[in-house]
Design a protein around this ligand. Structure first.
Ligand code: LMR
Length: 325
């Protein structure tokens, strides 16, 4: 009888593919689960868990509940988490070349951005990340950023003068505000809504999706469609952790990531489009579009100042982006 029970248990585990030891992997990010990045991370988790038949379990820590993006970079190195998905601008603390995406009006559209991910620039960013102890596993989109503020209608770059604008803190972003005499205020993502609500900052720059899901629009009077820089994400791990994984596990992770990446690009485009209309529907925020002529004024203004950004990003890399146009 005892043997029969043991045999039944053995057959149960054998046929259900239940495994005895499970690899637990943690991912940290700062946005909501219903954002493009949040949803793609959930999708990635589902594929990995399914394809590994439960041998890998993924725990997601969204909304900065465990770490903000800069803390996550340290946590990765310490092995407290295995993946993080910070913005390029924040990962630029470690790999400054990521600031090319912050240079105003360098990238013309999303196709231009994608050509950079999958060409020489992407390889350069992967190599630089590796040198610093991080594996760049994928590059994800959010979208182009627009300005919101509570003080005045912004039509031209000089209108930003004197405004306190929250930034993610890359040197290029902060410099692009300082050259118009605005005041960059670098703060973690999760407290931006409270700063806006309390009037401690006048405005911020972000994508429609972040403006909508974080409710920034509720505390802002004006939104100017500047599209002045690109917000994208580095899906990263640490070299130390990655080297420990066997080939089979790496393959499961990379295959899942490939599917999640394609999904993420579609989501980012669709959700930003929808959230633009949701912002308008749910608020009285004044939308300030720019005519082609006005957009040219912004572009030309920043092109004239590109030399100040070469202090932070090698001109050769910027020229390479121009070649990809
Ligand atoms: C921000 O801090 O504004 C963004 O990096 C947040 C995000 O992850 O989209």
């Amino acid at each position: 009888m005892k043997n029969k029970i043991l045999l039944t248990i053995f057959l149960f585990f054998f046929f259900n593919g239940i495994v005895w030891s499970q690899l637990l992997l943690r991912i940290s990010h700062v946005v909501k689960n219903n954002s493009p990045k949040g949803r793609a991370v959930v999708y990635f988790k589902k594929i990995v868990e399914k394809e590994s038949k439960g041998a890998i379990k993924i725990e997601i820590y969204p909304e900065g509940i465990l770490f903000d993006d800069r803390e996550a970079l340290v946590a990765l190195k310490k092995g407290l988490i295995q993946f993080a998905v910070p913005s390029f601008s924040k990962f630029a603390d470690i790999v400054p070349e990521f600031q090319i995406y912050d240079i105003p009006y360098l990238f013309k559209n999303i196709q231009h951005v994608h050509r950079s991910y999958f060409g020489k620039i992407g390889s350069l960013l992967r190599n630089k990340s590796y040198e610093k102890g991080y594996v760049l596993l994928a590059m994800w989109d959010n979208g182009f950023k627009v300005f919101t503020n509570n003080k005045k209608r912004i039509k031209y770059p000089q209108d930003l003068k004197g405004l306190k604008i929250r930034t993610q803190g890359s040197k290029v972003i902060n410099k692009s505000l300082e050259i118009v005499d605005a005041v960059p205020v670098t703060k973690p993502f999760r407290i931006v809504v409270d700063l806006l609500k309390a009037g401690l900052i006048d405005g911020q720059q972000n994508t429609y999706n972040n403006i909508y899901t974080q409710q920034f629009f509720r505390y802002q009077k004006y939104l100017t469609i500047t599209n002045n820089g690109f917000l994208g994400y580095a899906f990263i791990s640490s070299v130390r952790f990655w080297k420990e994984l066997n080939l089979k596990t790496k393959k499961i992770i990379l295959d899942a990531l490939e599917k999640a990446t394609i999904y993420e690009y579609k989501l980012a485009e669709k959700i930003n489009f929808d959230d633009y209309y949701r912002i308008i529907l749910h608020s009285n925020i004044q939308i300030i579009p720019l005519t082609d002529k006005e957009k040219k004024v912004w572009e030309n203004f920043y092109y004239k100042h590109y030399n100040v950004f070469y202090e932070f990003v090698d001109k050769k890399i910027v020229d390479e982006v121009f070649r990809l146009e």
